[in-house]
Design a protein around this ligand. Structure first.
Ligand SMILES: Nc1ncnc2c1ncn2[C@@H]1O[C@H](COP(=O)(O)OP(=O)(O)OP(=O)(O)O)[C@@H](O)[C@H]1O
Ligand SMILES: [Mg+2]
Length: 336
């Protein structure tokens, strides 16, 4: 096999070719969790990032697959190399093929120059294949070969190229189900499923809602020149009680909006989106997700009772405790 390795100084060469790799914007992330499963996962992810194995990240929309894929790159030994993200949904099949593998001049009408693909752009770095379940079946076999030996040809070329990239794959679909439905190649799935992380939805780690909110409000306070943005107990309870179908993305957006709308430093339910405050029984989160500590559960119940009552007495009655006890517990948990 005629394998070419023309990429001695990949990053420089890419710049020279004017093929700026997907810029890795420094973003600050919340990388802690009070949910034991999530905390263990983050710790494992950091360890896994240091190796070179393929990592598959799955989870519902908005759980943070993209941002964690970027973090894997930052944690890895390749952190000074390029990070290239390819979204498998955004392009028509032939455009995606061209984007991935590149082409040589004359390989199709309009191919007036040689053009390297994004796989080459990722040489010596990390390539994220986002929404991998959407990869057209016709490209899956070519992609399988790439995943197996990092080899491919530009469209129209018979010269085989090999790149040195770490593969990270993200999907909000269950790939096993896609395999069972015959939409995703089983051999490709097994190749990708070396280390798999499934990010739990926010409703299954309710302990993290207020932790994330505190973290985010601190940053918004600094960014917006506000001294100390905080949640009223009612707003906190509303955040906990909501199911967050859009997960961290939705919470992030709700907090940003609230920070903009709040008249004072205290965010009230009025500053939250209607979807969050107009709860009904179907949208109230299950009380204690698996692994929730008793203390967190108690705090959550108090916040919820306060949100649903107009007086402290009413909230105490709902909780089956007296007002003094509720007052004491509020202080203990730093509520209000
Ligand atoms: N750990 C985190 N720290 C800070 N912000 C986060 C974190 N996780 C998610 N977010 C916020 O949520 C947004 C969505 O995250 P991301 O794009 O990674 O989700 P996703 O799982 O890839 O969703 P989709 O399946 O819709 O592509 C981010 O832009 C960021 O604002
Ligand atoms: Mg994504």
């Amino acid at each position: 096999m005629d394998v070419q390795r023309p990429y001695g100084a990949p990053a420089l060469e890419l710049r020279a070719n004017n093929m700026a790799p997907h810029e890795l914007i420094e973003e600050e992330l919340m990388l802690e969790s009070r949910n034991p499963e999530m905390a263990a996962m983050l710790e494992m992810l950091e360890r896994a990032a240091m190796g070179d194995s393929t990592i598959l990240v799955t989870g519902e929309s908005g759980t943070g697959k993209d941002v964690l894929a970027r973090q894997i790159h930052r944690w890895s030994a390749r952190c000074h190399g390029p990070f290239v993200a390819i979204n498998c949904t955004t392009l028509a099949e032939h455009l995606l093929e061209d984007e991935l593998f590149g082409h040589i001049r004359g390989s199709f009408t309009g191919a007036v120059n040689d053009k390297p693909g994004r796989l080459e752009a990722g040489n010596s770095g990390t390539v994220l294949f986002d929404e991998i379940a959407e990869l057209p079946t016709s490209l899956q076999i070519k992609f399988l070969r790439f995943v197996q030996d990092r080899c491919f040809e530009r469209i129209g070329s018979n010269r085989t190229l090999r790149v040195n990239v770490r593969v990270v794959v993200a999907s909000n679909r269950n790939l096993e189900a896609e395999v069972a439905a015959g939409r995703f190649r089983e051999d490709l799935f097994y190749r990708l499923n070396v280390i798999m992380f499934t990010l739990p939805p926010l409703r299954e780690r309710t302990q993290d809602i207020l932790v994330f909110a505190d973290w985010m409000l601190k940053r918004l306070s600094v960014a917006g020149g506000r001294r100390d943005l905080r949640l009223s107990p009612e707003a906190a309870a509303a955040l906990i009680g909501y199911r967050w179908p859009g997960n961290v993305r939705e919470l992030h957006n709700a907090l940003k909006r609230a920070a903009d709308l709040a008249r004072s430093e205290t965010i009230t339910p009025d500053d939250l989106p209607d979807s969050v405050i107009h709860r009904n029984s179907a949208t109230v989160a299950a009380p204690a997700a698996h692994g929730t500590r008793l203390k967190d559960f108690e705090r959550e119940q108090i916040l919820r009772a306060l949100a649903q009552s107009s007086t402290l007495g009413q909230a105490a009655a709902t909780l089956g405790i007296n007002v003094t006890t509720l007052w004491r517990k509020r202080r203990h948990y730093g509520i209000g």
